[in-house]
Ligand binder design. Structure first.
Ligand SMILES: C[S@@+](CC[C@H](N)C(=O)[O-])C[C@H]1O[C@@H](n2cnc3c(N)ncnc32)[C@H](O)[C@@H]1O
Ligand code: SF4
Length: 389
């Protein structure tokens, strides 16, 4: 079983980072009473559709959920525990930005029922933090990490690499430091130039020099080698953990389990009566709030996913993981045999190229395969007759 999780989206940030295309917005005022009531209403709506589930995880993501009043997070956690049967080791994660104000609030979140914190540190030096448009300093980040360590047993932090002007030597040095600071889990994301961001414009104008494909590949390989040597191997393309310290919530996504999503733009995957449904709610914060206040939910999409797409999604998710995709999961989603979904000859070609591995029960992308997962998947699912590029 892949488990069942709840994702809660908090769409507000103190400022908008130039690289970020998440559903995050800056607002002078947030009516906390209305927002809390709306989150609870939407939660009740999904809970009614999914009775009798055991709840394994809750994840507060954003945006910047550490800007929420801890009391709102507490109310959501308590309501979720009363709607569903909480797993004895329910995992509750909160994404937090490492500004001093938010660090001060961490005790409140712990008392509200949060058990795991994921800090968005992004870089360990001030020059790169400034280039990334972050409002905190490296010192703030270290202080927030220290406070988090005092208050939580499970901590992760995020860094972005392949930054403007970053050399391999600089990243190796910074990653070595991060590994010393880490507490069992690290998310290491390669900078992506996302559409409709300030970075996209700057990049198009030639004002932003980021490592090219070869340099980025070297950075990725160094990241894999160093984290593995430090006992925090990649369990997913960008996520590294000591055995047992993996984020169980994200594992639910990648193992193609069910999750409900509340808050603006949140999506979900719910198996109901043998069908798997894709769900998505209104994205714009004010439209979402208004809809929930009027209708009790802000659903935009609630539709069964065709079996073909279910098979593809489960494979796309599973191949991100070092453990790979379970063939029986893909078969269950597809409603047909594995060989019917992906031809044995295509699999063999990728195995021959060192991009794929296979056992009787699982199919995995190798480290090299995970690095070029899009082309691996393109070839496996509907790609060209010749090998992947
Ligand atoms: C949803 S964001 C929110 C976390 C929190 N608001 C923060 O900024 O610290 C989760 C993570 O995605 C990563 N991220 C966001 N945009 C990215 C991009 N364009 N390229 C690479 N990583 C990105 C960052 O590491 C960030 O911490
Ligand atoms: S990276 Fe985090 S803080 Fe920055 S805009 Fe995105 S969600 Fe907000």
């Amino acid at each position: 079983m892949s488990g069942f999780g709840l994702y809660v989206h908090w769409p507000f940030c103190l400022s908008k980072c130039p690289y970020c295309d998440f559903n995050s917005h800056v607002r002078d005022q947030v009516d906390q009473v209305r927002w809390k009531a709306a989150l609870l209403a939407e939660l009740a709506h999904w809970a009614e559709k999914t009775p009798d589930r055991q709840l394994d995880t809750i994840f507060f993501g954003g945006g910047t959920p550490s800007l929420m009043p801890p009391e709102t997070a507490g109310a959501v956690i308590e309501a979720a525990k009363s709607h569903w049967t909480p797993s004895p080791d329910l995992e509750v994660t909160l994404e937090a930005n490492p500004t001093s104000v938010e660090a001060e609030k961490l005790s409140g979140f712990r008392d509200a029922g949060v058990g795991r914190v994921s800090l968005g540190i992004q870089a360990l030096n001030d020059a790169d933090l400034a280039r990334l448009g972050r409002t905190h300093s490296a010192r703030d980040a270290l202080r927030a990490l220290e406070i988090a360590r005092e208050r939580f047993e499970r901590i992760s932090f995020d860094l972005i690499y392949a930054r403007p002007e970053q050399s391999l030597a600089q990243w190796r040095e910074e990653l070595a430091r991060a590994l010393e600071l880490s507490a069992g889990h690290l998310s290491l994301y390669q900078l992506t130039i996302e559409k409709r961001t300030v970075f996209e414009l700057a990049y198009a104008r030639g004002e932003l020099k980021i490592p090219g494909e070869d340099a980025a590949a070297d950075l990725y390989e160094a990241t894999q080698d160093m984290t593995e040597a430090a006992g925090l191997p990649a369990y997913e393309i960008s996520n590294h953990a000591a055995p047992g310290a993996e984020c169980r919530h994200n594992l639910i996504y990648w193992r193609y389990g069910d999750y409900a999503g509340i808050g603006p733009g949140a999506h979900g995957r719910l198996t109901l009566g043998g069908e798997k449904y894709a769900t998505r709610v209104h994205r714009a914060p004010e439209a979402w709030l208004k809809r929930v206040e009027e209708d009790g939910h802000a659903i935009r999409t609630f539709e069964p996913i065709p079996r073909e797409i279910r098979a593809e999604e489960s494979l796309m998710m599973g191949l991100r993981l070092a453990e790979g995709a379970s063939k029986s999961t893909v078969e269950t989603e597809a409603g047909r045999g594995f060989d019917d979904i992906i031809s044995a000859s295509r699999r063999a070609a990728l195995i021959e190229e060192g991009l794929l591995g296979e056992t009787p029960s699982r199919i995995t992308a190798t480290k090299a395969g995970r690095q070029r997962l899009d082309s691996v998947l393109g070839y496996l699912l509907a790609g060209p007759q010749e090998g992947p590029t």
